[in-house]
Design a protein around this ligand. Structure first.
Ligand code: KG4
Ligand code: ZN
Length: 336
C-alpha cells in the first residue's frame, strides 16, 4: 500500500510517499520560513499563495525522489485540519483533484494524529498503547494513544501553545522567527538557574498546561531590568525560560505514564526538536524504567511523511474519495 500524502496546514508545503504506514519512500518539504521571517511570523494569506505556487512542483519531486509514477500510488492522503484555513484548502483541493482524476481513495488526516505517528516511521517495534506529548506551535497536549484509532486527550494548554511561547519570548529577545530553534541554541550558552521564572502547574494533579504566565514573566523581567538599567544576559534569559517550560512538560508527561500505567512516552510536534526537552525526557524516562521515542528532527516539524503514516492506520484505504471533504481549521482531536 503506497500512499501519497500532502501537508499544507501552516507554512510547509510537503508531499511524501509512504509504504505500508512505516516506510518513507520520499518526504519533500518546501519551507516558507524565509518569506514569513520578514514579518516576524506566519502571514496566512501569503502562506496560501505560496502553497498554491509550489504544490505541483513538490508533488512531482516526491514522485521523482521515490522513483514512482501516479500509477504506483494506491491512495492519497491529506491534512484537513486543524490549521490555517486558506493553507489547508490548497492541499485538500489538490488531493481531491488527484483522487477524483485517478479514481483512487482519499484519506483525510488530522494534523496532530500525523505528529503522533511520526515516530512510528523510524521505530518498527513502536506500537500503542503509549502516552504522547504533542508540543508544537499551535498545540500542547498529552494524549493517551490506546490503539491506532483510539486517542484520549487527557490534558492541553489553556492559553498559549508551548511553541507559541518560545516564538513570543524569542521575539522579545530580538531573535528571528521561528524562535524555538533560536532559544534552543542560545540557551546552550546560558545558565538555566540564573533567573527563576514561576512554573505554572495549574492543578498539580491535572494534565492541563498554561504557558502565558511564563511568557509574561520573561517580559516583566526584561522590562524591569531595562527600567532599572540592570544588565540583561540573553543566554541566561533563554536558558531560564526553557528550564521552566521543560520542568512542567517533563513532570506532567511522567505523571501521565505513571497514572495510566504505561511504559512508553512518544514525543511529537515542532518543540519535540528541542534539545533540552529531549535530554531531560530521556533522563526522566530512563530513571522511571520507561522508553522514550523522539522522532528525528526532520520528522518533528511539519512534514507529509507523518500524514502518510497516520493515513495508513486511521483511514479507510478501500473507500473512494469523498469529494465533499473540506478544510476544518479547528478540527478537534477527540473527533479525529
Ligand atoms: O509542529 P510545527 O512544525 O508546526 C505546528 O504544527 O505548529 O511546530 C512549529 C513550532 C514553532 O513554534 C517552533 O518555534 C517550534 O516548533 N520549534 C522549536 C524547536 N524547533 C521548532 N521549539 C523549541 N526548540 C526547538 N529546537
Ligand atoms: Zn504541526
Amino acid at each position: 500500500m503506497k500512499i501519497l500524502a500532502i501537508e499544507t496546514s501552516c507554512d510547509e508545503t510537503s508531499v511524501a510517499i509512504v509504504r505500508d504506514g512505516r516506510h518513507i519512500l520520499s518526504n519533500q518539504i518546501y519551507s516558507q520560513i524565509d518569506i514569513h521571517k520578514l514579518y516576524g511570523g506566519v502571514v496566512p494569506e501569503i502562506a496560501s499563495r505560496n502553497h498554491l505556487e509550489k504544490i505541483s512542483q513538490v508533488v512531482d519531486s516526491a514522485l521523482r525522489a521515490a522513483q514512482l509514477t501516479f500509477d504506483d500510488i494506491d491512495a492519497f492522503a491529506v491534512t484537513n485540519g486543524p490549521g490555517l484555513v486558506g493553507a489547508l484548502l490548497v492541499g485538500v483541493n489538490y488531493a481531491k483533484n488527484l483522487a477524483y482524476a485517478l479514481n483512487k481513495p482519499l484519506i483525510a488526516v488530522h494534523h496532530i494524529v500525523g505528529h503522533i505517528f511520526a515516530a512510528l516511521t523510524e521505530n518498527a517495534e513502536l506500537q500503542p498503547p503509549f502516552v504522547c506529548l504533542v508540543a508544537s506551535g499551535g498545540h500542547t497536549q498529552l494524549v493517551v494513544v490506546e490503539d491506532y484509532q483510539k486517542f484520549k486527550v487527557i490534558g492541553q494548554t489553556r492559553d498559549d501553545a508551548v511553541g507559541e511561547a518560545y516564538d513570543k519570548v524569542a521575539r522579545t529577545l530580538g531573535l528571528p522567527y521561528p524562535g524555538g530553534p533560536q532559544i534552543d541554541a542560545l540557551a546552550k550558552r546560558g545558565n538555566g538557574d540564573a533567573i527563576h521564572f514561576k512554573r505554572s502547574y495549574l492543578d498539580k494533579d491535572g494534565y492541563d498546561f498554561s504557558f502565558s504566565g511564563i511568557k509574561s514573566g520573561v517580559l516583566n523581567y526584561l522590562n524591569q531590568s531595562r527600567q532599572k538599567n540592570l544588565p540583561i544576559v540573553p543566554a541566561d534569559v533563554a536558558a531560564s525560560f526553557q528550564e521552566a517550560v521543560v520542568d512542567v512538560l517533563v513532570d506532567k508527561s511522567l505523571m501521565a505514564l505513571q497514572n495510566y500505567n504505561l511504559q512508553t512516552l512518544v514525543l511529537a510536534g515542532g518543540v519535540a526538536a528541542n534539545s533540552r526537552l529531549r535530554t531531560r525526557l530521556k533522563a526522566a524516562t530512563e530513571a522511571a524504567g520507561s522508553a522514550l521515542y523522539a522522532p528525528s528532527l526532520k520528522l518533528c516539524t511539519d512534514n507529509a511523511a507523518m500524514i502518510g503514516c497516520a493515513a495508513y492506520y486511521v483511514g479507510n484505504t478501500k473507500k473512494s474519495a469523498d469529494l465533499a471533504l473540506n478544510a476544518q481549521p479547528s478540527l478537534a482531536l477527540d473527533r479525529a
